[in-house]
Design a protein. Structure first.
Length: 84
């Protein structure tokens, strides 16, 4: 299983996000949302731009129906945004 193959060849995003048809895999900001049952918090791993932007954090929280006060944001180089 490869994220790039799923994006480029299988176009797994099409059912929910058809507007991404002409967008390259590396252009889309990515991340990971992990829930910790012990702490009752969501750990969100993302690019530096997302971690440092209240506006982008709000978009993520809205999309996932998360309460911002229950989220911790962490930078992760695996989710680096390559476009400007």
């Amino acid at each position: 299983f490869s994220h790039l193959v799923e994006w480029e060849e299988h176009r797994i995003y099409l059912p929910c996000f058809p507007e991404l048809i002409a967008v390259e895999y590396q252009e889309v900001s990515r991340g990971r949302v992990i829930y910790s049952g012990n702490s009752k918090f969501f750990k969100i791993y993302a690019d530096r731009k997302v971690v440092q932007s209240v506006e982008l954090q709000t978009l993520v929280c809205d999309k996932f129906n998360l309460i911002p006060s229950q989220c911790t944001w962490k930078r992760d180089k695996h989710y680096r945004i390559f476009s400007s």
